[in-house]
Design a protein around this ligand. Structure first.
Ligand SMILES: C[S@@+](CC[C@H](N)C(=O)[O-])C[C@H]1O[C@@H](n2cnc3c(N)ncnc32)[C@H](O)[C@@H]1O
Length: 209
């Protein structure tokens, strides 16, 4: 890395990239445009784009440092199927997209952001996804009104200490808000380290129930 290299590294992406990729390879469309929300360092977008060359990845984030890091990873990879990082805050609807995505991916954002960010993500996804297109969410979730592991309870407490608006979300609450926007929960995949992947799909018909 040289002095102008803005690439950042997130240790968790090393651990979770392979399990997430295994799900993506199964649930994403064979080809098309994948919008990644809250790409963070940009490592995921590059790894997934390399593994799934028939898809084009559009990484995005709201923080300038993240956008610079994503750009660093993109440029370094020289992959033809990763677009330049897009400045996108989920709250700023409509999203500034050049083309409608065929799928949306969001890893580890909704618990490290206010609840309004989750709702805005669902609003934005419902507005741009065509019927049948997936929204894939990865992270820790509470289920049945309880944490799924003591480590998630501790993580939740630490998040709320950092920002009272943050916290591990209830899977059922996310699914209910998604359903109200025409995004049906298709599958919940148990992931390593007590995380889950929620696969939601845009239903045909009217946008809202
Ligand atoms: C914990 S990081 C996860 C980054 C990456 N997805 C990963 O798994 O390494 C959370 C990310 O959410 C982004 N974020 C927070 N609020 C956001 C918002 N309102 N719109 C878009 N991105 C947001 C942050 O900038 C940060 O990059």
């Amino acid at each position: 890395m040289n002095a102008t290299d803005a690439r950042r590294f997130a240790a968790a992406t090393q651990r979770n990239r392979a399990p997430i990729l295994a799900v993506l390879a199964r649930v994403l469309p064979e080809r098309g445009l994948v919008l990644e929300i809250a790409s963070g360092t940009g490592e995921h977008a590059v790894v997934f784009a390399q593994a799934l060359p028939a898809l084009v990845f559009q990484p995005s984030d709201t923080e300038p440092e993240s956008l610079a890091s994503i750009e660093g990873w993109r440029a370094r990879s020289a992959l033809p199927n990763v677009r330049r990082a897009l400045a996108l805050d989920v709250h700023a609807l409509p999203w500034p997209l050049r083309d409608p995505p065929d799928a949306i991916l969001c890893i580890n954002m909704i618990h490290i952001a206010p609840w309004s960010a989750c709702l805005a993500l669902l609003d934005g996804a419902a507005a741009v996804l065509a019927p049948g297109a997936p929204l894939v969410l990865y992270g820790p979730y509470r289920a049945g009104g309880a944490h799924t592991a003591p480590s998630n309870a501790a993580f939740d407490a630490s998040l709320r200490e950092r920002d009272v608006r943050w916290g591990v979300r209830d899977q059922e609450e996310v699914a209910a808000e998604a359903a109200a926007r025409g995004l049906a929960l298709e599958e919940v995949v148990e992931m390593p380290a007590n995380n889950r992947t929620l696969v939601l799909r845009r239903r045909a018909g009217p946008q809202r129930d």
